[in-house]
Design a protein around this ligand. Structure first.
Ligand code: HEM
Length: 195
């Protein structure tokens, strides 16, 4: 299990390693800042989807140990979101706070992306065993926010693309599938309680 965990951890770091080598080797194309912003945004959303897939895969395969990866995957989503935001603040906007505040208030796709990032913070903080114990049933309720965050991430992506909506559409379809699975499970649970 330990070796499997280290493999997943290393694999999750590959996108950032690719970006660092690309930056150092000047291989990120004509606009490296744009590439960095796009790739980190893409990986944030991808890790959110992977994290949301853990429970369905567990239920469908009976592979219970997979749950041990969920925290790590969720924290990687947070890591890529922070990187994405830092690149936006430091490289794209060069800490021009007036422009940043204007973006946040006047560009809806930035507002919704920022809202998603803010909502990820309490989830990252409370992802430890201590917090799970402390919050009890409230922990699960709080962590359902991940669906709202993923939806906000998809809307953010959808709003920012100018022509080709293929990629945000694929993310939207994956998210709808994951939510449908979740709702179906909830229905089965409710029916079992009513019996
Ligand atoms: C959970 C939070 C977030 C997610 C899931 C996310 C996801 C994404 C995705 C998928 C892209 C497009 C990548 C591509 O083109 O392949 C993107 C681009 C971008 N994001 Fe985010 N993002 C998040 C938060 C933020 C925040 C907090 C900001 C800034 C305040 C931000 C600013 C941007 C900008 C400026 C772009 C590039 C827009 C352009 O092409 O002109 N994002 N993001």
């Amino acid at each position: 299990m330990k070796i499997f965990k280290s493999t997943v951890f290393t694999a999750a770091l590959l996108p950032v390693a690719y970006l660092i080598f690309g930056l150092v080797g000047d291989k990120l194309g004509a606009n490296p800042i744009e590439t960095l912003l796009h790739k980190t945004g893409f990986w944030t959303l991808t890790f959110l989807m992977i994290t949301l897939s853990v429970s369905p895969v567990r239920k469908l395969s009976n592979w219970n140990k997979i749950i041990k990866f969920r925290r790590m995957l969720g924290l990687f989503a947070f890591f890529y979101a922070c990187l994405h935001f830092t690149i936006y603040l430091g490289l794209d906007r060069q800490f021009e706070w007036q422009e940043i505040v204007e973006d946040l208030s006047k560009r809806p796709y930035i507002t919704i992306g920022f809202t998603a990032l803010v909502m990820l913070v309490p989830l990252a903080i409370t992802s430890t065993k201590g917090w799970i114990r402390k919050l009890g049933k409230r922990w699960q309720k709080l962590h359902r926010l991940i669906y709202v965050i993923a939806t906000a991430g998809v809307v953010h992506f959808w709003w920012l693309v100018k022509k080709d909506i293929t990629e945000p559409l694929i993310f939207a379809l994956i998210l709808s599938l994951l939510m449908t699975f979740r709702l179906a499970l909830l229905k089965i649970k409710l029916q079992a309680i009513q019996k």
